[in-house]
Design a binder for this molecule. Structure first.
Ligand code: MN
Length: 138
């Protein structure tokens, strides 16, 4: 089995623990790789989404960078078309841009999420991406 068919298992970094909070739809796993501190002001996590899983709409006061490590995913900013993401893609999310990210319906998806300038504040979580929105993406 090659890497891209084996994304439900860890590929490079550990898959981590299931996220149990209400800010996600579907099963999502997180392994924190770098915890924030006063020197780096950033946190880095490996995030794994099962097919169809995604996070709610949200904003990062200090911005975020996504490094796609496997599978096929979606990234969408409010009012813009969805972007389809593949291994090797890099997404720079500017502070306070409302967005969501997650897997496509038919593929696992993994990315490294780098939260930058985290001294500027925590993620602001908003409403879910409804099934209607998710199933009718443009
Ligand atoms: Mn984000």
């Amino acid at each position: 089995m090659n890497k891209s068919n084996n994304l439900s298992e860890s590929v490079i970094f550990p898959k981590g623990q299931k996220i149990t909070n209400e800010n996600f739809i579907g099963q999502v796993w997180l392994e924190m790789l770098v915890s924030n501190d006063d020197t780096f002001n950033c946190s880095i996590g490996n995030v794994t989404f099962e097919p169809g899983a995604r996070n709610n709409w949200h904003k990062h006061p200090g911005g975020q960078i996504l490094l796609v490590t496997g599978g096929k995913g979606y990234y969408q900013e409010e009012g813009k078309p969805v972007q389809v993401l593949h291994e090797g893609d890099v997404v720079k999310i500017r502070p306070y841009v409302k967005h969501w990210h997650g897997a496509t319906p038919d593929s696992w998806f993994t990315h490294i999420a780098i939260s930058t300038n985290v001294q500027k504040g925590n993620v602001e979580w908003m409403e879910p991406v409804t099934d209607e929105e998710y199933n009718n993406l443009k």
